[in-house]
Design a protein around this ligand. Structure first.
Ligand code: NDP
Length: 319
């Protein structure tokens, strides 16, 4: 049964997503008495819940477990009255205000403003073998699945901070860690590079690409190529039980693309220095709108900015 707008649940501010951006937006909008409703999305707490140790969020001199940090942020938002609900926004209509949303394909509600904080998801290489061995040795989350590879050899693809962080985490469990890097250098921050390059269990394979995987039922090894397409190209195999992908993320903007301009990689476009999208009343914060920094502290700051902009927007239109 489709409800009409008079009888439909209505909110001043809907927040979609529960990473640092979403929860910070919820803290600020609830303190402004806007009674925000936040839907947690597919991964409650966002990507930080699968990060073992967050070392660079200001205020934690000894670092903090990512899951704990997100639980703290959630409690902080709830303390001021934010309503945190489990559920996924499966459809929306942003063509007119109030905006209309479908939750979990069933429930419908309307909202005067929305802050989109849906974050980003791990990218895969696109090899058929990734699908073939999914759950049988291929993973994009070392902290989730690393436990299964205790005292076994593994490989990680990527040369950024994520790949280095995962390599270091896995080095504490696995017998050997190959880091497969397509260029002749790492992209990660200097401190992470130093840790990886000096770790006795980690072997960095520079100028190397993954061609495929092999194994009876589970992954038993990877086919690799060094200097692909060069005169000195060299194909070789490594024996591994697990292949981890850490090659970046794609923004979770699919549900909104129909209404909002996105860049070539799918990041929601916002007015420079703000979280304002092309539609008044629709704001985007955190990794879904940040192709450049993708840091928890930046996402949190964007959540704060979005909340302030929602407040300003609602006051201006005198609701
Ligand atoms: P990045 O985009 O920084 O790095 C992606 C890595 O994967 C690069 O080395 C890239 O290679 C490689 N790559 C991309 N596509 C392919 C492919 N098809 N085949 C092989 N290799 C590929 O992503 P991250 O997830 O590492 O980091 C994203 C952001 O999050 C960064 O700003 C990072 O600093 C931040 N971050 C910070 C952390 C921290 O501070 N503790 C922890 C984790 C992330 P190439 O260099 O050749 O493009």
């Amino acid at each position: 049964m489709r409800l009409n707008q008079q009888t439909m649940e209505k909110h001043k501010c809907l927040i979609i997503g529960s990473g640092p951006a979403g929860y910070t937006a919820a803290i600020y909008t609830s303190r402004a008495n806007l009674k925000p409703v936040l839907y947690e999305g597919i991964q409650p707490g966002g990507q930080l819940t699968i990060t073992a140790e967050v070392e660079n969020f200001p205020g934690y001199p000894a670092g903090i477990n990512g899951l704990q940090m997100m639980e703290d942020l959630k409690q902080q938002a709830q303390r001021f009255g934010a309503e945190v609900r489990s559920g996924i926004v499966t459809a929306c209509d942003l063509s007119k205000n109030p905006f209309r949303f479908t939750i979990d394909g069933q429930k419908e509600l309307i909202a005067d403003t929305v802050i989109i904080c849906t974050g980003a998801s791990a990218k895969y290489l696109g090899l058929p073998d990734e699908a073939k061995y999914s759950g049988k040795g291929v993973s994009a989350c070392a902290t989730c699945d690393g436990f299964f590879y205790r005292r076994k050899p593994v490989a990680i693809v990527g040369g950024g901070d994520s790949a280095c962080e995962e390599a270091l985490y896995l080095a504490g469990l696995a017998s050997k860690v190959y880091l497969i890097v397509r260029k002749n250098h790492l992209r990660a921050s200097q401190i992470m590079q130093d840790r990886v390059l000096n770790h006795p269990k980690i072997e960095v394979l520079f100028n190397t690409n993954t061609l495929g995987l092999f194994g009876e039922e589970f992954v038993e090894g990877a086919h690799l190529v060094r200097f692909k397409g060069e005169p000195n190209e060299e194909k070789f195999d490594v024996a591994i039980d697990g292949l981890f992908l850490a090659i970046g993320h794609r923004p979770n903007s699919e549900a909104f693309k129909h209404y909002l301009p996105v860049d070539a990689d799918g990041y929601i476009k916002t007015e420079w220095g703000t979280t304002r999208t092309a539609i008044p009343g629709v704001f985007a914060a955190g990794d879904v709108a940040d192709p450049r920094y993708q840091q928890a502290v930046v996402a949190a700051a964007m959540g704060c900015v979005a909340a302030k902009e929602v407040e300003h927007y609602l006051n201006n239109i005198k609701i």
